[in-house]
Design a protein around this ligand. Structure first.
Ligand code: FES
Ligand code: FES
Length: 385
């Protein structure tokens, strides 16, 4: 049972609304230990012992006492269906981003959909509260900001590796944060989760061409630190033989994440094929990912090589809300295209910057790209990256 159903059907707390039940619309947003969380994609059982705050729980909340009248003043709701989720996200924005301007507020709010208002009133209400707090800071409000900021610091620093014997069973939903980190450190990928991911269509096949001979490309692709330096947002912390530990940072619309984890590379020189198996966790959102990236080289000519990349991934936690395949696939295509360009630069003797800039993808840009590629496919043309 997901948390949204549990709150509504078992506890009769019907202020939490369910819209899409797919992690997309944000109507079901509640706080889990102070963090906005989609209750429709959170298992109720996983919340045992956690602190859940629903819209019914804000009677004495200093921030909501300013947000509620601001929503009324600016006509920030009509039917009110989205409002519990909007208020929860608005509260997070005003606490976390005291200097946010309109563009930032709109970006942060883009994970919550409203069918009625056109958003202007909601944005104005949030900006109004931010301005009030700048003009006349409220002590209770400031205390909440401090509390939130220290909770985030603790969340990012709390990492406890497990021993091999303490590894959890193959049930991703039972993983605790510490378990996931341990799993990530050992680069053990759960085959059950991978099979499920494949069945759910979380698989992407792309390729890029490199104007260099197959053997030269193969040799380069075996050098893990060199390859990582070509991957946008990737940094390597340690490297030993076929194993590597590091972080990959991404920005996806309003969500930022830095997945820290480990990967292991298995190479088949005869087939010119390799599999990189990895797992990682974003300590802030506690989202977890694991996946296999298989690459296979094909000689197009003596001096040209095609790199086929086959990726299967499983994503869990708050970031799973962006698992809609069209968006993720477009995002990955862009990353792989950048990766191919960087490899070409490196093979050409150009020194790539130690770290390629973190990929930033705006939801609006992504939507446009998806739409544009769909139009191209109607016209019988291949997708653009
Ligand atoms: S109901 Fe839409 S995100 Fe949960
Ligand atoms: S006020 Fe109706 S959906 Fe937002």
């Amino acid at each position: 049972m997901h948390l949204g159903d549990f709150l509504r059907d078992e506890l009769r707390l019907t202020g939490t609304h369910l819209g899409c039940e797919h992690g997309v619309c944000g109507a079901c947003t509640v706080l889990v230990n102070g963090q906005p969380t989609r209750s429709c994609i959170t298992f109720a059982v996983a919340c045992e012992g956690q602190e859940i705050t629903t819209i019914e729980g804000y009677d004495d909340d200093a921030v909501m006492q300013l947000l509620r009248p601001a929503f009324t003043r600016h006509h920030a709701l009509q039917c009110g269906f989205c409002t519990p989720g909007m208020l929860t996200t608005a509260r997070d924005i005003v606490l976390r981003l005291p200097e946010a301007d309109e563009a930032r507020v709109r970006l942060e709010l883009s994970g919550n959909l409203c069918r009625c208002t056109g958003y202007q009133g909601i944005v104005d209400a949030i900006l109004d509260v931010l301005q009030q707090q700048r003009d006349a800071p409220d002590v209770l409000f400031e205390n909440l900001r401090q509390k939130l900021s220290s909770a985030r610091t603790v969340a990012t620093s709390r990492v406890t590796p497990l021993r091999q014997t303490e590894l959890p069973s193959h049930s991703p939903s039972k993983l605790t944060s510490a378990d996931s980190i341990a799993l990530a450190e050992m680069a053990e990928v759960d085959p059950v989760a991978m099979a499920k991911a494949k069945a759910k269509g979380n698989a992407i096949e792309v390729y890029f061409d490199v104007p260099y001979p197959l053997n030269q490309v193969w040799e380069f692709m075996g050098d893990l630190p060199a390859v990582a330096s070509c991957l946008p947002g990737a940094t390597i912390d340690s490297h030993e033989g076929e194993r590597v530990k590091g972080t990959i940072a991404i920005k996806f619309g309003p969500m930022s994440a830095a997945f820290a984890g480990a990967a292991r590379l298995e190479r088949d020189a005869a087939a010119k094929r390799a599999v990189l198996r990895g797992a990682g966790q974003d300590s802030l959102s506690k989202s977890r990912t694991q996946g296999d990236i298989t690459y296979r080289l094909e000689a197009l000519s003596a001096d040209n090589t095609r790199v086929h990349v086959d990726m299967i991934y499983a994503l869990q936690g708050p970031l799973a809300q962006f698992s809609r395949s069209g968006l993720v696939k477009d995002f990955v295509r862009r990353m792989v295209a950048d990766f191919g360009r960087q490899i070409t630069r490196r093979l050409g003797g150009q020194t790539a910057a130690p770290n390629v800039p973190q990929p930033t993808v705006s939801i609006s840009g992504m939507m446009w790209s998806v739409l544009w590629n769909r139009i191209r496919s109607w016209l019988g043309k291949p997708p653009q990256t």
